[in-house]
Design a protein around this ligand. Sequence first.
Ligand SMILES: NC(=O)c1ccc[n+]([C@@H]2O[C@H](COP(=O)([O-])OP(=O)(O)OC[C@H]3O[C@@H](n4cnc5c(N)ncnc54)[C@H](OP(=O)(O)O)[C@@H]3O)[C@@H](O)[C@H]2O)c1
Length: 294
Amino acid sequence: MSEVVHDSRPSRIAIAGATGRVGSALARLLATDPVDVVALTRRPDEARLPSNVTIAAVRFDEPDTLQDALRGADRLFLSQGSSPEQVANEIALIDSAVAAGVRHIVKLSALGPASRILPFAWHMEIEAHLSRQPVASTILRPSAYVDMLVRRAAGQVAKGSWAGAAGDGRVNFIDTRDIAKVARVALLEDVQPTSQRAYHLTGPRSWTMTQISEEFSRLLGHSVVYCNRSPEDQKAALTAAGLTPFLVDLMLGLEQVLRESVLGETTSTVEELTGEAPRSLPDWIAENIALFRA
Ligand SMILES: NC(=O)c1ccc[n+]([C@@H]2O[C@H](COP(=O)([O-])OP(=O)(O)OC[C@H]3O[C@@H](n4cnc5c(N)ncnc54)[C@H](OP(=O)(O)O)[C@@H]3O)[C@@H](O)[C@H]2O)c1
């Protein structure tokens, strides 16, 4: 783990989203640093976090709970899962943090261009709001999380094929643990009060779904192929699988982004910031291969 320049004052870091994929990995990392960590959650009884992490219950329909949870914090990591409330909730957290005297907000956003597609459009709204606040900010814009392959492919590849509407598009998947490592560096760094930055985070290279199938074949020891569907057929398949209309739209937007190679670029930012190369897709599949055997 890279050495980080610490501020001279002891720090209290709030994590909104500490039970989530990046937030939980970040909480585990920060729990070994000389800082106080407070995890904001709607589900305090279910939070499984290191014992030295303080848990603060929040309710988004009771803004006072956000203020109470953020009292004394000087840095905030913000990462909420996708939902129709995400924009309102994250803006409420930003406003409460500014009111509570937080000096630096690190927001998890998403790689990509200005877009109508959700959740990218939501992140643009939240980023724009944050950019106007009198607080230092760092935006983390990661490409697609590699663990999305569990939802997209587990249960299918064991039978020899998996399907989607990503065509020949390329995507540079990133491991959420690498995003958490960057978030740690960003949070521990001392920044100027007016600092506003964005980091574009990817894995080591991009892949087509066919190339990913070849990795599955190699690691599973049997042939796995990717079957491309039209967007209409993908919509019908997702609906038949029981997804809500909200999730179907979200997934179709993502398929479009993958098909058009919007998340295909490669950056060196993870390695530059953490001192370690990002984890590779084959290594992640090998580590999680049991999920794809069943
Ligand atoms: N998946 C990807 O490939 C990808 C790629 C780039 C960027 N992102 C972005 O990463 C962020 C995190 O996404 P994720 O799917 O991985 O989420 P997640 O980490 O599973 O969720 C983070 C936390 O959000 C809180 N949360 C979820 N729904 C909420 C709601 N309706 N209201 C209030 N809090 C809620 C939950 O905390 P509590 O239940 O503890 O309150 C949850 O632990 C999203 O903004 C997403 O756009 C994702």
